[in-house]
Ligand binder design. Structure first.
Ligand SMILES: [Zn+2]
Length: 351
C-alpha cells in the first residue's frame, strides 16, 4: 500500500483526528475527489479535465457534463449521508474485530437494520482486488467447515448449511503467521483444491498439507509439496484434529470472529463476503497505521462500481467471481491539482 502516504496528512491518525476532518459532507466529498482523481478531475464520460462547482459537483471542460464525485462508485445514490458512510468505513478499517450491521445501526444512528446491513455488505464487496499477489514461501493449506446455524430465518433458529472453506496461510517462521487467503469451495476434491492452490499460491512455493487424498501430486504440480505427518505434528504440540497448526489457527480465529462479531449470522450464500472482510483485516493487522487501512477502504470504494440492494439480496456472489474496478494507486504528488477548498490536510502542498 502506498508508501508515499503520510498519516496525519493523507489519512487520519486517530479517531479524534478523523472526527475533526470529516464532520461535514463537503469534507467527505472533497476527500473522495482527492482519492478518486489523484491527478485532478477526469470526466467519467469523456476523460476530459474540468473544475469543481460550488455545490460540490464537477463540470467537464470538454463535454460540459456535470458529475458528482460519488457517481459510478460504491457511494452512488446512497441515501445515507457521506459523514455516516465515512464513520462506518473508519470503524470497518480501524476496529480490530470490524463492525456488525447491528452495531452500525445503533452506534451510527442508521435508521434501519436493512440499511445498515446493506452498507456493511457493500463494503465487503469491495475488499477483494483482482490480480492481487499470490501467497509465497512456505504456505500451509487445509480446509475446514464453517457455519451451520443461521439465526433470524423464518420460524426462529433454523439449521443452516455448513460450508467448506479452503484455508491458505504463509508461515514465514513459526509461530508467526503471514498473509492468508480463504475461499468457499464446493468440495475437497483434488481438482477443487488444486485450483484453490493455483489461484492463491505462487508456483514454486512450498505447500504444506495433511495427508488428505485431495492433495495429490497432480493437483499440486509446480509446487514443492510437504505432507505433515499427524503423529509428528502431535509430538510438536500441534493440532489435535489433524489440521496443520497455522491453518488451524487461522480457521479458529475466523470462527471466533464470525461468532463474536456476527453471532454466526454469515449465511452460507454470503460467507465469502465475510471471509474477504476477515482476510482484508487479518492481512493488514501489522499495518504501520490504521489510517492507511482507512485510506485503502475509501480507495477501493471509489474505484468500485455501484452495488444495488437487489444485487446484495438476490445475487450471492459466485466464489470464483472477483469484482472489477480496482483503482490505480496514488503515485507521488499530483502536479495539476489545485486545492479546491483550503484547510483540508489532504490538500496541503508538501514537497
Ligand atoms: Zn466530459
Amino acid at each position: 500500500m502506498g508508501a508515499s502516504l503520510v498519516a496525519g496528512v493523507d489519512c487520519p491518525r486517530t479517531t479524534g483526528e478523523f472526527r475533526g476532518w470529516f464532520s461535514s459532507g463537503a469534507a467527505c466529498r472533497d476527500y473522495l475527489a482527492w482519492v478518486r482523481w489523484p491527478d485532478g478531475f477526469a470526466c467519467p464520460a469523456c476523460g476530459g479535465a474540468g473544475w469543481a462547482m460550488a455545490d460540490g459537483t464537477f463540470r467537464c471542460r470538454a463535454c460540459l457534463a456535470r458529475t458528482s464525485v460519488t457517481a459510478g462508485t460504491l457511494f452512488d445514490h446512497a441515501r445515507t449521508p457521506l459523514t455516516v458512510w465515512f464513520e462506518l468505513c473508519w470503524r470497518f478499517a480501524t476496529s480490530k474485530q470490524g463492525v456488525s450491521a447491528r452495531e452500525a445501526m445503533r452506534d451510527l444512528g442508521i435508521g434501519s437494520y436493512r440499511t445498515a446491513w446493506g452498507m456493511c455488505q457493500r463494503l465487503r464487496r469491495v475488499l477483494v482486488r483482482p490480480g492481487r499477489e499470490r501467497l509465497s514461501g512456505v504456505v500451509e493449506v487445509d480446509e475446514t467447515f464453517v457455519g451451520g446455524v443461521e439465526p433470524g430465518l423464518a420460524g426462529g433458529r433454523a439449521r443452516g448449511k455448513k460450508s467448506l472453506v479452503a484455508v491458505a496461510v504463509e508461515t514465514p517462521g513459526r509461530p508467526r503467521l503471514g498473509r492468508a487467503r480463504l475461499q468457499v469451495v464446493s468440495d475437497a476434491s483434488a481438482e477443487t483444491l488444486g485450483r484453490f492452490v493455483r489461484d492463491h499460491v505462487e508456483p514454486g512455493s512450498v505447500v504444506v498439507t495433511d495427508a488428505w487424498s485431495g492433495y495429490t501430486g497432480q493437483a499440486l504440480a509446480g509446487y514443492s509439496h510437504r505432507v505433515v505427518n499427524q503423529s509428528q505434528a502431535l509430538r510438536d504440540g500441534a493440532a489435535h484434529d489433524g489440521l496443520p497448526p497455522a491453518a488451524h489457527r487461522v480457521a479458529a480465529l475466523l470462527k471466533r470472529w464470525l461468532l463474536a462479531t456476527h453471532q454466526g449470522s454469515a449465511s452460507a450464500g454470503r460467507l465469502q463476503d465475510y471471509l474477504d472482510e476477515w482476510v482484508f483485516r487479518f492481512n493488514r493487522r501489522r499495518s504501520r497505521h490504521r489510517g492507511l487501512v482507512f485510506y485503502r477502504v475509501i480507495q477501493l470504494a471509489v474505484g468500485h462500481e455501484p452495488v444495488r440492494y437487489r444485487q446484495l439480496i438476490h445475487e450471492p456472489r459466485d466464489p470464483d467471481d472477483e469484482p472489477g474496478g480496482y483503482p490505480r494507486g496514488r503515485g507521488g504528488r499530483p502536479e495539476s491539482i489545485k486545492p479546491q477548498v483550503k484547510g483540508y490536510p489532504w490538500r496541503s502542498q508538501r514537497d
